[in-house]
Structure formats: structure tokens, C-alpha cells
Ligand binder design. Structure first.
Ligand code: ADP
Length: 238
């Protein structure tokens, strides 16, 4: 839990729909988890939902698994359907944090029309990280297969060589964190996702750019919380 919480003592979150936007390795997942503690609204990660779906082992699951293992994006219809279903759950009524969605123009249009129909204004937080840092972060990433704790061999190494500090399980590399797949994921981001920034601007959606390259996660989340609070104040006063 961050020591300072600029959004504590609020009855309702200053934004109902928060979109964490940025390339693979920019820290969207880590920040989303920390923001849940600040804002008290659920974290919706399409990557996690798709990985869960793979466990079902049906034909579609095999196709999803194939796409994810090559670093390509999963079909819009599938992802849109998963997100829509999740947003209909009651815990999203007060608000939600989207991580990894939207990632294509079609997903962005779908989300905007879903939000417009409900009169909800989203806030997009664009996490900016330079290319070399992304590569370092992604290649150093390790995860505990038992409890899910994330480590990084460069910035957050486990105490003992490649085993989880919490339960001693041997850490694993996520299947899509191999060098080739990382390149493909960054490429997909550049071709299909980055252009959405222009789309958000054209549509006059609220967009904040935050330098996410050097602050440790616990400090970065405070910066994001402050930016969200200031944006909320600005909207309420406007
Ligand atoms: P990262 O942001 O580091 O790539 P994620 O867990 O968000 O990690 O995504 C992992 C993979 O899941 C992506 O490479 C892609 O194959 C798939 N995926 C996640 N979100 C989407 C989405 N919104 N649209 C299409 N595919 C997605």
C-alpha cells in the first residue's frame, strides 16, 4: 500500500472509467493493481481474462493460445465480448480500470459507444517508457506460477536465485516473454495500438501522458493518483 494516498477519503472515485494505455512492459498491470487500492474499483485485464479462457481448452481457447504465443492480437469480437460481459458485472457500477483494452481501432470504437450510451466519460492514462527500458523489463520478467508474484531480474530480483520469496516455487518466464515474441508484441503495439492516441485526441477524449520510465511502482502510482485527482477537480469545477 502506498504511504501517501492522494485519492483517499473520497466517497466515489474521481473517474468511473480509467484506461491504462501503453506498450507491453510499460507497467500497466502493476499500476492497475496498485490503483485498485487507491480507487477501490476493479481491475479488468484483457490479457488475464484471455489467459483464463485458455484454461477451458475449447477450440476457441486453442486459437487464442496460438495468437498469444506468437505475440499477435486476439480477434476483436472475442475480446469485445469478454469485456462487455465483464463490465456488466455489478462490481463495475462504481467504476473500473481497463488494462490492455482497447488495443485496436475497432475496440476503441466499441468502448466509446458503450461509454457514450451510459453517459460515462473515460480518462486515458498513457504510460510513456522508452524502447530500451521496455526490452530490459520484458526480458527480465519472471513470475511465480503458484502465487502469481511478479519479479524482474534487473529491477526487482527474488532474494534467492529464480525462486519465489513467498513460497520458494521456481519462477517461470511467461510464454510470450521470449525475445522473438517480445519483438512481435512491440510491433503489434506500434502498428495497431499506438495509433489510438490520435483517435482519442480526434474524439477529444481525456488523455493524460505520464512519464513511467524511471519511478519505482509505488511512486509512479502516487503520481498517477495525483493526476487523476487533479483531473477530477478540473472536471468538477469546469
Ligand atoms: P502486455 O501488455 O505485456 O502485452 P497482456 O497480458 O496485456 O500483456 O497481453 C498479452 C497478450 O494477450 C497480447 O500479446 C495479446 O495476444 C493478447 N491481448 C491482450 N489484450 C488484448 C486485446 N485488447 N486485444 C487483442 N489481444 C489482446
Amino acid at each position: 500500500m502506498p504511504a501517501e494516498n492522494p485519492t483517499s477519503n473520497i466517497d466515489r472515485p474521481p473517474v468511473r472509467a480509467l484506461v491504462l494505455f501503453g506498450p507491453p512492459g510499460s507497467g500497466k498491470g502493476t499500476q492497475a493493481k496498485l490503483l485498485v487500492q487507491c480507487l477501490g474499483i476493479p481491475h479488468i485485464s484483457t490479457g488475464d481474462m484471455l489467459r483464463e479462457h485458455i484454461q477451458s481448452g475449447d477450440t476457441l481457447a486453442r486459437e487464442i493460445s496460438r495468437m498469444m504465443h506468437t505475440g499477435a492480437l486476439v480477434a476483436d469480437e472475442k475480446v469485445n465480448a469478454l469485456v462487455e460481459e465483464r463490465l456488466a458485472e455489478p462490481d463495475c457500477d462504481r467504476g473500473f480500470i481497463l488494462d490492455g483494452y482497447p488495443r485496436t481501432r475497432q475496440q476503441a470504437e466499441e468502448l466509446c459507444s458503450w461509454l457514450n450510451m451510459r453517459g460515462i466519460d473515460e480518462l486515458v492514462i498513457h504510460l510513456l517508457v522508452d524502447y530500451n527500458s521496455l526490452i530490459t523489463r520484458l526480458t527480465g520478467r519472471r513470475q511465480c506460477p503458484l502465487c502469481g508474484t511478479l519479479y524482474n531480474l534487473f529491477s526487482k530480483p527474488p532474494k534467492n536465485d529464480e525462486v519465489c520469496d513467498l513460497d520458494g516455487t521456481k519462477l517461470v518466464i511467461r510464454a510470450d516473454d521470449s525475445a522473438d515474441v517480445i519483438r512481435e508484441r512491440l510491433d503489434a503495439y506500434e502498428r495497431q495500438t499506438q495509433p489510438l492516441i490520435e483517435y482519442f485526441r480526434e474524439k477529444r477524449r481525456r488523455l493524460l501522458e505520464i512519464d513511467a520510465s524511471s519511478d519505482p511502482p509505488q511512486e509512479l502510482v502516487l503520481k498517477i493518483c495525483r493526476a487523476i485527482r487533479d483531473e477530477g477537480t478540473r472536471i468538477n469545477e469546469g
